[in-house]
Design a protein around this ligand. Structure first.
Ligand code: F6P
Length: 342
């Protein structure tokens, strides 16, 4: 078979490890041929293709980013978008099937294309860890490690200057990165989209920390909604899939803390640093196993499925069962962490 691979949506540590294992197993064990689409769905709709022989993927598992490039292009938009145009492009290049490596937006598009008759298999990727039906996505562990290292560093400035340090982390509408990095770094308050908290409560945690002679560290997820507000802070418009671009809540939280406690407070937005650089060992292994499973699914004709981590096993899950629900932080996980606040 001739198989096309694309990486789409935000870049994420581990994408190259997936590409490598797909091509290695597919070429060595099954005798498939591979091509890559440049810049995600943009390359698919425009037929922008590169050959992916074994030699092109050697040694790339440890590289961050994606050798294929990525974009947030919507494959249903534009004059060359939509399933019929994509089928024609595949026929022209002799491509039998696609492997789409991406997050919720990418996989939802992959599902629609599969429903329209395109042979499609998915691999879940996102630092946000918000995809239901897989225990973890690759990229999350790396993002948590980067955020934890950053929080440890912010603490030294907080301790030295006796300031409150606020760190804003990514995660879109779920608080997994904030929860895990905040727990790992021993933050004095963690604010996540799943739990509304008042500014007064946050100030109280900060005062309690200060009263114990500690410099408060507050981690806030970009999607956090303070009590009394309806939606997360967003002032940068919508992305190609109509989703709000989040960010900026860290500054608001810091200003409220300073105002209410009188303690000098600084905000830092970690931003895209969380998606950059080399993947952790955990993410390299997970991404490699996802890639192996994806090429098995293609070979077995399990169209419309994505690879998922269930416990320690990798299993195929139908798009229909995998998408639609966000995997949010359960109440008990937040309550468990909150015991240590203040
Ligand atoms: O989904 C991954 C993610 O990094 C989110 O955490 C964040 O909200 C978004 O992508 C940022 O997107 P962009 O790179 O397009 O600004």
């Amino acid at each position: 078979m001739k198989i096309g691979i694309l990486t789409s949506g935000g870049d994420c540590p581990g994408l190259n490890a997936v590409i490598r294992s797909v091509v290695f197993k597919g070429t060595r064990i099954y005798g498939h041929e591979f091509v890559g689409f440049k810049d995600g769905w943009r390359g698919v709709v425009e037929g922008d293709i590169v050959d992916l022989p074994l030699v092109a993927v050697r040694g790339i598992a440890k590289q961050g980013g994606t050798i294929l490039g990525t974009s947030r292009t919507n494959p249903f938009e534009g004059p060359k978008g939509g399933p019929e145009n994509i089928k024609a492009m595949m026929a022209e290049h002799g491509i039998d099937a696609l492997i789409a490596i991406g997050g919720e937006g990418t996989l939802a598009a992959a599902q629609r294309l599969h429903n329209a008759g395109i042979r499609m298999v998915g691999v879940p990727k996102t630092i946000d860890n918000d995809l239901d039906s897989t225990d973890y996505t690759f990229g999350f562990d790396t993002a948590v490690q980067i955020a934890t290292d950053a929080l440890d560093r912010l603490r030294t400035t907080g301790d030295s200057h006796n300031r409150c340090m606020v760190a804003e982390v990514m995660g879109r509408h779920v608080g997994w990165i904030a929860l895990h990095s905040g727990m790992a770094a021993g933050a004095h308050a963690i604010l996540i989209p799943e739990r509304k908290v008042s500014f007064e409560q946050i100030a109280e945690w900060v005062r309690d920390t200060q009263d114990r002679g500690r410099a408060p560290l507050v981690v806030v997820a970009e999607g956090f909604v303070p009590e009394g507000e309806e939606s997360p802070h967003s002032h940068r418009g919508l992305d190609a899939f109509g989703r709000p671009r989040l960010g900026g809540i860290g500054d608001i939280v810091a200003a409220e803390i300073q105002e209410r406690t009188g303690l000098e407070t600084r905000a830092t937005v970690l931003g895209h640093i969380q998606r950059g650089g080399t993947p952790t060992g955990f993410d390299r292994v997970l991404a490699t196993r996802f890639g192996i499973a994806a090429v098995d699914m293609v070979t077995n004709g399990q169209w419309g499925h994505m690879a998922a981590l269930k416990g320690t096993s990798i299993e195929p899950v139908e798009f229909a069962n995998a998408l639609g629900n966000l995997k949010t932080v359960p109440t008990e996980r937040y309550d468990e962490a909150a015991i240590l606040f203040g």
